[in-house]
Design a protein around this ligand. Structure first.
Ligand SMILES: Cc1cc2nc3c(=O)[nH]c(=O)nc-3n(C[C@H](O)[C@H](O)[C@H](O)COP(=O)(O)OP(=O)(O)OC[C@H]3O[C@@H](n4cnc5c(N)ncnc54)[C@H](O)[C@@H]3O)c2cc1C
Ligand code: SF4
Ligand code: SF4
Length: 548
């Protein structure tokens, strides 16, 4: 879900620790390199003081572990970043030359942590934790390298992209990430599944991966009958189980939790896995991919932004948007500047974004992890599915076209195996010129968004419904469309999060203090450079305030 994608922001306009890091490798045969890495890190971190080194004009002494000595340069944060990026590169490149199997991988596990209980209240990333489930598994020992909100965090995406897709992101891939194709997509009408968010592309691909035996299990997000919007991640073994998991559960979800089952007897026979998830979860997964003892891992993801932090937050948002929040089974901010809410009795509400009731009550709905996130398009998947790049077609979301970004050969394979149920369009259909540019609109939409984040929104009277409907129509006609709508959504989330981090959240990151740029992937810095003046003005406006 998108709490406030692009045009939703028009709305807002109108109505307004210091910690020692060690790098751990759980596989015994990697211990030697692990020691060398830790030594290298220490060498980077604790080399001779610059003045002494400069005086001698010499390099630091070789370290005990035999790591190549490194000249100490830059701030501590820069050195930590460098070390962290090297470890990410090393970890992700060390997939075993031959498949060793789960039991062996587990037996070799030299550094297995004690999983945190699921009702744990404080996690390593503290306030910024997205409750991704990683820390509820034995993999927790590697949290410093895997978590998207610790150390260099999402800056590691640059290196991981290279490792996962075989090349870095190119200039023209700034917004949607490494790609081997970007196409409109939908499930053919006669093949659509019962439970689905849009036309059910994700569920259908997952079913075809199981039917074709390309995978033994699918890790996806189910829910219970009485709480259809609350996530319950599962390892599904059958098509029937997967069919029950369609639909977005708009809340932070511990998707990595079922990975623990891979280490237990129940998961022993899972050699080929399809993982479905969002950016922060996929980053943690990719960081430990080589340790899972899987023969094959496929990653199918969705775009993701502005997730509510828990059930209470979601309920607060629904009260603002819907007349009957208790029967809501799904909702989306659509490209027609309306929030479409699906209900259990089949009803749809279409609420103009300008008609939200008391929008100031939505402060504190979005999770702080999502205010620190720079992976809207889920860059480390093999295939990402979303809706925001498709021009508005009218009708219901469950009948509306979607789009996909194929990132590599595994992504192509998923589409090939599912071709009997999918309809793919042409990339050109996504290129539609809007009448106003996103650059013109962004300043107007960012302030109310930031007011919401920092708890500065003031109550204002709602406009009459007819006016709200008219405004939604006008903005849909005037605003960016297709891929440009998606770019505007990404610009908005990126700039807003840059301000939230710099003004407040960076201080709240657990562990060593980092400079903002040391935690950012390259694409976030490039987007900022397009709006440098606006960014600095917003920093001045919100300096000293706290994200709520
Ligand atoms: C939290 C969230 C926010 C999103 N925001 C945007 C957005 O801003 N722009 C955009 O273009 N698209 C966004 N999407 C993607 C979009 O809403 C649809 O999920 C996507 O188009 C796939 O639709 P579908 O009908 O193919 O999915 P379905 O076939 O219905 O399958 C949905 C899949 O999503 C998984 N899932 C459900 N809830 C979660 C969760 N909380 N965390 C992780 N995985 C989950 C389930 O495992 C299921 O397999 C978001 C998705 C999620 C989960
Ligand atoms: S985001 Fe995930 S990996 Fe990071 S601290 Fe939270 S549960 Fe652990
Ligand atoms: S917006 Fe980012 S941090 Fe929040 S749930 Fe989605 S991927 Fe994770």
């Amino acid at each position: 879900m998108v709490l406030v994608p692009v045009p939703a922001l028009f709305i807002l306009r109108l109505f307004q620790v210091n910690e020692t890091i060690t790098f751990g490798c759980p596989v015994l045969e990697c211990r030697k390199s692990n020691d060398a890495l830790n030594a290298r890190f220490q060498s980077i971190e604790a080399g001779p003081p610059p003045s002494a080194a400069a005086k001698r004009g010499a390099r630091s002494k070789p370290t005990k572990g035999g790591a190549e000595p490194v000249q100490r340069s830059g701030t501590r944060a820069q050195r930590l970043l460098k070390a962290s990026v090297e470890v990410t590169k090393w970890r992700s490149e060390r997939a075993p030359a031959e498949h060793i199997g789960r039991a062996q991988a587990r037996a070799r596990c030299g550094k297995k942590g004690k999983p945190m209980p699921v009702d744990q209240s404080v996690y390593p990333a503290k306030e910024l934790c997205s409750r991704c489930g990683f820390c509820n598994t034995s993999l927790i020992a590697q949290v410093q390298d895997a978590c998207a909100f610790l150390g260099a965090g999402m800056a590691r995406i640059d290196q991981l992209e290279h490792t996962v897709h075989g090349r870095p992101r190119q200039e023209e891939e700034l917004y949607f990430g490494v790609q081997d194709g970007l196409r409109p997509i939908q499930v053919a009408p006669e093949a659509r599944t019962g439970r689905r968010a849009w036309t059910g592309v994700v569920t259908s691909i997952a079913c075809e991966m199981l039917r074709s035996k390309a995978v033994d299990a699918v890790l996806c997000v189910s829910s219970t009958v009485d709480k259809p919007l609350e996530p319950k991640p599962i390892l599904a073994r059958s098509v029937e189980e997967v069919l029950q998991t369609g639909g977005v559960k708009p809340m932070l979800s511990p998707n990595l939790l079922p990975l623990e089952e891979l280490w237990q007897v129940r998961g022993e026979d899972i050699q080929r896995l399809l993982f479905i998830g969002v950016g922060c979860q996929v980053q943690a997964l990719r960081s430990v991919e080589a340790d899972l003892g899987l023969k094959e891992l496929y990653v199918l993801g969705t775009n993701c932004v502005d997730n509510p932090r828990n059930a209470e937050a979601l309920h607060r948002f629904l009260q603002s948007a819907s007349e009957t929040p208790e029967t809501a089974t799904g909702f989306e901010f659509m490209q027609d500047n309306r929030i479409h809410v699906k209900h259990s009795d089949g009803r749809y509400e279409r609420i103009p974004v300008f008609s939200l009731k008391e929008p100031q009550n939505c402060t504190g709905v979005i999770a702080k992890s999502c205010y620190s996130c720079f992976d809207y398009v889920n860059a480390l998947t093999d295939l990402t599915v979303g809706y925001m790049g498709v021009p508005w077609q009218g009708g219901r979301m469950t009948e509306h076209q979607q789009y996909c970004v194929v990132r590599n050969e595994r992504g192509q394979k998923m589409l090939r195996l599912s071709q009997s149920v999918l309809e793919l369009g042409q990339a050109e259909e996504l290129q539609v010129d809007g009448r106003l540019s996103r650059q013109q609109l962004l300043p107007e939409v960012l302030r109310p968004e930031l007011d919401l984040a920092f708890g500065q929104r003031k109550p204002r009277p709602e406009p009459p419904r007819w006016l709200a409907e008219l405004l939604s129509e006008v903005f849909t006609w005037l605003g960016p469309q297709g891929l440009d709508f998606a770019r505007a959504s990404i610009d908005r989330a990126t700039l807003r999060n840059l301000v939230c981090l710099e003004v407040d959240l960076l201080k709240k990151r657990a562990g060593q203090q980092m400079e903002l740029d040391a935690t950012l992937p390259k694409h976030a810095k490039k987007i900022r450079s397009q709006y440098q003046e606006l960014f600095e003005t917003l920093l001045e406006t919100y300096r000293g305030k706290q994200v709520q």
